[in-house]
Design a protein around this ligand. Sequence first.
Ligand code: BG6
Length: 472
Amino acid sequence: MALTPPLPQDLLLVGASGDLAQRKLIPGLYNLELDGLLPPEGSIIGYARHGLTDDEFRNFAADAVKRHSRRPFEETAWSSFARRLTFISEEDGGLGAVAERCRQPRRLAYLAIPPSAFMTYIRLLADHGLVDGTRIVIEKPFGNDLATANQLDSELHQYFHEDQIFRIDHYLGKETVQNILVFRFGNSLFERVWNRDAVDHVQITVAESIGVEGRGQFYEEVGALRDIMQNHVFQILSLLTMEPPSSFRAEAIRDEKAKLLESIPPVDPRAVVRGQYTTGALGDQIARGYRDEPDVSHASNTETFVAMRLNIQNWRWEGVPFYLRTGKRMPETVTEVTVVFREAPIRFFSELPEVSRLRPNQLSIRIQPEESITFSFLAKEPGPEVRVQPVRMHFSYLEAFGAPPPEAYERLLHDAMEGDQTLFLRADGVEEAWRIIEPVLSQMPPLRFYAAGSWGPPQIDDLIEPRRWRLQ
Ligand code: BG6
């Protein structure tokens, strides 16, 4: 069904001069303007601690669009977008002034701020009468651990109903992540082998070549475990492994995801490797170590990389190891899921010299970039002898659909304005995810080091032994 513009409403962007607003939210909103998918009436009110004039905010937004928008800056769309923009700071009127500036009966309040500031802003919104008619978007990580996630939830529920609360994990807005469900439940072939009988193990990698990019202060608070593993990686994992939902309605899908997470036992800290990047090289560029990044302590114990092995204790997956990892300053930016199937029971070809090249079947789902799905299997090389080698069946989004998929934030901002919670997290799912890593949070494994531009600390090879990481 084609998307339609949401009802008139104002949009309050708390943390409007921050990194997320600049890279994702403002460019996302601008792309919705290009598609005619912003509300027909309503302002976009930027809010931050320190003041900008409306014109300075518009310049900041124009720069954000020019640098980060999926589609190019266009004068006509820009002028109608810029007319919506206005700025208020804490120094200059605070949320009282915001309440006066909100002209619409509905509004979306987006908290693009560090997790330690959520509680304060929830109370401030309530103190200024910005609750009725407000939907609130809370960025991840939702809390700092299970106890603080529960606290945050009770604080939110003091003022807001569950249908006003949008806990965002932008990976759920990615087309390729949503496609995991279509791939599994729209095709009968793979679902039949999607279980312990056929699958040897699964790997999920979320690698980024960037470092912390001026977000040192935020990152020191969270680290890779809370920034990506507890949310983005676990969300991919749950869509990949959950049981078929009774329908594609929000609650049915969220029920299955929560059930799946419930069947994962707490992770043993000995099955976790934490790493931090030191000075190294990416291509011909020298990259400084994490401890030399701005706003980072010289003795920081924060991990920029984490890998873990876990099990899902249910009928379908018992005994299948899942290897998950995420890190910054990796050799490339890639998010990929690989399902490795069991080897053929009898190796007819084991006498042949090519045996070293024989590989079990693998299905790789490339979430980004170059979004694709690839199945690899063995084929006979042409010729009189029986020589085999791995070949690939490949589906590329760009080739099949002629364009790369839209940015996740566009879809999610639109859905939040519409009040559609399908692609947002429910409290039970978030809490289950914290429960799984609770032992690791309370007994952090020692920090290992890896050079920027490498695939992580060497200890990750022991974690996956006797198997091997696919990307290395
Ligand atoms: C964010 C993390 O949630 O996701 C960032 O806070 C990370 O540290 C980003 O860089 C990655 O998102 P994407 O969409 O570029 O994979």
